[in-house]
Design a protein around this ligand. Sequence first.
Ligand SMILES: [Zn+2]
Length: 313
Amino acid sequence: MPDIISINGLDVKLGEHKSFTMNVAKLPTHTNIDLSVQVFRAKKDGPVLLLTGGLHGDETNGIEIIRRMIESKSLQPEIGTVIAIPIVNVYGFIFNERGVPDGKDINRSFPGAKDGSLARLLAYTLMQSILPVVDCGIDFHTGGASRANFPQVRCTFNQPDAKILAKAFGAPVMLHSALIKNSFRMAAHKKGKPIIVYEAGETLRFDEFAISEGIEGTMRVMAHLGMKTLDQEKPTTKMFKKSMWVRAKKSGLFNATTSLGDMVLPKQELGYISEPFGGRKARMLSSQKGTIIGLNNNPIVHKGDAIIHLAYN
Ligand SMILES: [Zn+2]
């Protein structure tokens, strides 16, 4: 990167820390939707790492991960630049929602459009103003709809630069995940910029394990990129090429008899679904050996609901 990084007309020189907002849109009340961006530059030039949280506005763990790292000044690199955007979907954050006013998902709206509605406009802003100055990134997410994720990094295993970053992050689980059409990860990949996705915990709940693993992983990625020195033991990561959802065979009340992160064997009981008025229980059995990386926390389930996310090889 050059001595000066320019974002939306604002110059950030080597050794500077700048905090600024970028106007994206206006609500019907004329209230501005502004993207809050922080840029931390070392005196010495090097890689540019992007950290994005709250692309889904109700996924608060990632927002807290970035906030804590800003507060503790751990994003100040010794070499290179960190660009931190704790809340991408400002609208969704205010309303505790995943998407934007028309229900659209920003992470399915890339690369966006200048004349698009809010989701595509936010995607366009990231692609036009931020991505060109970035080398790689970490996008922070949580499980959705009452489902919690065991701390995991997702990337495409056949994309070597992303896989190396994901390995450096060192989350407890690393999962191969194909690029999803119109996602931020795919749009960035098309521009030759690897973005890995960290998934941990659930929406609107702080999860200390998820938050601390997210912070430690980010520090390890910075160390891997040569941006800071870190004296830390190598973490243990389980790598999985595949995953599947175990679905409810009937409607009723779900009780888990296993926990996030558990290793399970074929035919092992994962939980059961009971009828609220008494009567027969339906046991949910694992169809294969694997590790539980996602678990539904809402006891009221309907037939066909995704209940347990199992990673395997
Ligand atoms: Zn998400």
